[in-house]
Design a protein around this ligand. Structure first.
Ligand code: ZN
Ligand code: ZN
Length: 314
């Protein structure tokens, strides 16, 4: 059972994969035709029987096709969130909170300092910067699956109607989103563009390529990075980011704690990030809580680095 297509959650080589159609398609795009021996698609709200348990997938609001997985057996219901966010995103079905006994939550931004705020304000910041520097390109680092497409949708929603330029590593996934009916306006590959037409333009690229050879084709680029990590100024400085944009596809501290309470679960398993603070918070609320060990955490960043033309930015 695969919650979504990010490489820290979805790997090739399984015997059988149960996932939403979008997740199966995205896994196929990223890992090739033979990514699993057999696959089965499941819709949101659909239930299948598996080894005596009832399994239902629900929307996670994280990226296209992302799901939480509910498993019910012997009167006990456990929900594994995968990655999730409980805020609006024009590129995917909204998160649904599912009542359960045991809730397995992610904790990417599981510290009280992480409060993402309104993504619309961050888009305004970007558009304002373009007004201020019409001769410079704005090069926005964004993860290739989900964040890049959400940025484009947010820009279109804010009335930005010029072509948006893409790094080649984002092309397949972006075409897939568009093929699923998402209107992202005109998108162009940056490698086919003249330097002069990139003045005043927005280009999206994997974060690891921001300071690479690839970025030299842009006139005096303003380096931007769209990530929940941009709340931490030291991170932005470390990545040499001029314009940090706090836009995240993960729940922030308020979203995580709000969701934990709303599930009504008496037991919380915390994984995928900053477990300790969230475990502690849960215990102070009278819940049983513990951290889980996981494999592969942080690999999505590395996957973006691997797709870069050249070395990684650390
Ligand atoms: Zn993810
Ligand atoms: Zn993840």
């Amino acid at each position: 059972m695969i919650t979504h297509g990010h490489s820290d959650h979805a790997r090739a080589g399984h015997g059988a994969v149960l996932a939403t159609q979008e997740t199966l398609d995205l896994m196929r795009l990223r890992h090739g035709e033979g990514f699993a021996a057999s696959t089965q698609a499941i819709r949101y709200g659909e239930t299948v029987s598996l080894g005596g348990a009832k399994v239902t997938f629900y929307p996670a609001g994280h990226v296209l096709g992302s799901a939480q997985v509910a498993v019910e057996a012997d009167g006990l219901r456990l929900v594994a969130s995968g990655d999730y966010k409980d805020v609006a995103d024009p590129t995917c079905v909204p998160f649904e909170c599912i009542a359960c006994d045991v809730f397995i939550t992610e904790a990417t931004f599981g510290l009280p300092v992480f409060r993402h705020g309104d993504p619309g304000r961050e888009i305004e910041k970007l558009l304002h910067s373009i007004e201020l520097f019409p001769e410079r390109a704005h090069l926005v680092g964004a993860y290739s699956l989900g964040k890049a497409q959400r940025l484009m949708a947010l820009l279109r929603g804010a009335g930005y109607d010029k072509p948006i330029y893409l790094h080649g590593a984002m092309e397949k996934v972006t075409r897939y989103y568009q093929g699923r009916g998402l209107d992202l306006g005109r998108t162009e590959l940056a490698r086919g563009a003249q330097k002069t037409e990139l003045a005043g333009a927005i280009a999206l690229c994997p974060p690891s390529t921001l300071k690479e050879l690839w970025s030299r084709r842009f006139p005096d680029p303003v380096t931007c990075f769209a990530s929940g990590w941009m709340r931490a100024r030291a991170r932005a400085r470390q990545h040499l980011v001029e314009l940090p944009l706090v836009i995240s596809d993960h729940a922030d501290w308020d979203g995580l704690t709000r969701t934990i309470l709303a599930t009504g679960a008496s037991e919380i398993w915390v994984t995928h990030g900053q477990e300790d603070a969230l475990v502690h918070w849960s215990v102070t609320r009278g819940l049983r809580a513990r951290p889980l060990d996981i494999a592969g955490y942080g690999e999505e960043d590395e996957a973006d680095a691997a797709s870069a033309e050249g070395g990684a930015l650390q």
